[in-house]
Design a binder for this molecule. Structure first.
Ligand code: LER
Ligand code: MN
Length: 270
């Protein structure tokens, strides 16, 4: 398993569950100094960070890019895969394709979290799930031709009414006409929705492609009450090889949150 830490690079978004903020180079240098293996980027668009500077920086520091988030497509551009307007759904697909290409240029998968949207008012759940499935299939195939997987993230009930639990995510993935989509196990969302984090991880098994590492209160692991020993054992038992990426509030400060995260990572997975 590989340690990873998030860097938020969207100037108009000034609070949220990301450890480092605003300055890619300074953040990457701090992450490398603490011993993180990877960085996860949250950018406004696919061209917000230049490939040349990103690849030079990560090569110099020996860091990989663990994943790229696509949530700004919803927050800034108002796009989701389940919008009732077909033009907006198509815009969401194009936006995510651009993010997939950007991520693939540095070997990283893109994450679909908030970009999944919600069952819109006045629309049947079945119809919205069909839009989601079509979007994920198109994007899963697109990612495959770019040599990366696509990561789909169940979110807690306050953020989506589409898929809240890993079991339902597994069923969704099995229904798709692509085998290139993996699940994101975000321990914060799971703390709200799952009966047992470790049992859900064991059932999802090899379909888990990325992990968001946050405690019950979305602080860095160690600052809440998630029973992390059992969660870590489940990830070890399913032979999870991917990133354990800190998507948590930068509390009490970004530097202390990063320090707390790497200490917890080493405690459970070192
Ligand atoms: C949002 O709560 C989240 O967990 C992100 O990873 C997805 O956009
Ligand atoms: Mn997440």
């Amino acid at each position: 398993m590989k340690s990873c830490v998030t860097i938020a690079l969207v100037p108009s978004i000034t609070s949220g569950p990301w450890i480092y903020w605003n300055d890619l180079e300074a953040s990457a240098r701090k992450a490398a100094a603490l011993g993180f293996a990877g960085i996860e980027l949250f950018t406004a668009s696919a061209d917000a960070v230049s490939f040349d500077s990103l690849s030079a920086l990560t090569q110099e520091l020996g860091l990989s890019v663990g994943a790229v988030g696509t949530g700004a497509g919803k927050v800034i551009h108002g796009l989701t895969l389940t919008d009732p307007d077909p033009a907006i759904r198509a815009g969401a697909v194009t936006y995510i394709q651009d993010m997939i290409s950007f991520g693939a240029s540095v070997g990283a998968p893109a994450i679909i979290g908030s970009m999944q949207g919600n069952v819109p008012n006045g629309i049947d759940r079945e119809r919205a799930m069909d839009w989601l499935a079509k979007g994920l299939t198109t994007l899963g195939d697109f990612a495959e031709t770019n040599g990366v997987t696509l990561i789909y993230e169940p979110l807690n009930r306050y953020e989506t009414n589409l898929i809240n639990r890993l079991d339902d995510g597994v069923a969704l993935l099995h229904s798709l006409n692509t085998r290139n989509v993996r699940l994101l196990a975000d321990l914060f969302h799971m703390n709200i929705e799952e009966a047992s984090l470790s049992d859900s991880i064991r059932r999802a098994g090899s379909l888990i492609g990325h992990v968001h590492f946050a405690d019950s209160n979305r602080g860095p692991i160690g600052m809440g009450h998630t029973a992390m020993t059992a969660v870590a054992q489940a990830l070890i038992d399913i032979d999870y090889q991917g990133y354990i990426s800190a998507e948590a509030f930068p509390l009490p400060t970004p530097d202390e949150a990063a320090q707390q995260t790497i200490q917890s990572f080493n405690q459970y997975f070192g």
